[in-house]
Design a binder for this molecule. Structure first.
Ligand SMILES: C[S@@+](CC[C@H](N)C(=O)[O-])C[C@H]1O[C@@H](n2cnc3c(N)ncnc32)[C@H](O)[C@@H]1O
Length: 297
């Protein structure tokens, strides 16, 4: 079962830990060896589950390529780094010198420590509080892979949310060297009419799984980045995340008894419901999953 320290003083931190401090053994079972909790790049004709890990690594390699990471790259930053797969890949496959990951999850930090990679530093710290000490700590590339959805609270009024997204891009810009690339994967929401069933499902997501989570609109993000970054490319990769959710549902179904033994029926049922909601809302084009590549001015 999950073993975590007492609650923090910040309800937003507790909301993240509610989801991300379910045990690493459970996440291993759910996500498979690649331990990526985001969309993957499947090729036509590939089997969803047989190719899950390959699809995840392919995505990471594409992101590294878009950011120009090579053995000449000094420091890279992954904001919302999960279990460290991208940090590990950037340093071991792409040759980056040092990789720093930010997460709020102490169980993820423990998992990354187990990778035993001396080029990785994990900080259990929010993006909002993180600052480089001086220019020598600035990064040559940054990534944020399906984590921004957690960064701005849905409890804020729209104007305050806009300011918070602006603050996010200011924080990233402040950590990057001029000319450095920032590659972001994020779900966004379309302003489409809702059915009662969809409203119920969105309420479930907000109340039971991802309290305060706000899925942004693309326009909020482009306005927030203006003047700080130049936009290189924006691609809607909705199916990348829908397919990943479907693949995790298959893994969970195959090993459901073990999952229940680890975390209990309530947690497993919650995960089944939320993954299905994300899969179908992406498939129905209510949500998108954008890959955004931008350059620090
Ligand atoms: C869906 S997971 C994605 C993890 C990883 N990028 C991946 O693709 O597998 C979201 C991550 O964001 C982190 N996170 C949530 N809120 C955060 C915050 N305020 N500051 C830093 N990390 C945060 C969580 O701890 C988690 O690691």
């Amino acid at each position: 079962m999950t073993t975590v320290a007492p609650k923090s003083v910040d309800p937003e931190v507790d909301a993240i830990r509610h989801h991300y401090e379910v045990s690493n053994d459970f996440y291993r079972l759910l996500l498979g060896p690649s331990m990526m909790y985001s969309g993957g790049y499947w090729e036509a004709g590939e089997d969803l589950n047989a190719a899950l890990d390959e699809a995840q690594y392919r995505k990471l390699d594409k992101f590294a390529e878009l950011a120009g990471v090579s053995p000449a790259t000094g420091r890279v930053l992954d904001i919302g780094c999960g279990w460290g797969t991208m940090l590990n890949r950037l340093t071991t496959v792409h040759g980056a010198g040092q990789a720093v990951g930010l997460t709020l999850s102490r169980t993820q930090e423990a998992f990354i420590a187990g990778l035993d990679n001396p080029r990785i530093t994990t900080l259990v710290q929010s993006w909002a509080d993180y600052k480089v000490a001086d220019d020598s700590e600035k990064y040559d590339a940054a990534f944020c892979i399906n984590a921004l959805e957690h960064f701005v609270s849905s409890n804020l009024p729209p104007k305050e949310r806009t300011k918070r997204y602006r603050f996010f891009f200011q924080q990233v810009a402040g950590a990057l060297n001029p000319g450095a690339k920032f590659v972001l994967h994020t779900m966004t929401a379309e302003a489409l009419p809702m059915t009662r069933g969809l409203l119920d499902d969105l309420k479930f997501l907000q109340r039971s799984e991802f309290e305060g989570c706000h899925i942004p609109h693309l326009s909020e993000l482009s306005a927030a980045a203006e003047g700080l970054f130049e936009i290189d490319e924006v691609v809607n990769e909705r199916e990348s995340f829908a397919m990943a959710c479907r693949a995790w549902l298959v893994l969970l179904a195959e090993r459901r008894d073990e999952a229940v033994a680890l975390e209990g029926e309530e947690v497993v049922s919650r995960f089944e419901r939320y993954l299905d909601i994300f899969a179908y809302t992406l498939e129905d084009k209510f949500f998108n999953n954008f890959r955004v590549t931008i350059t620090r001015r």
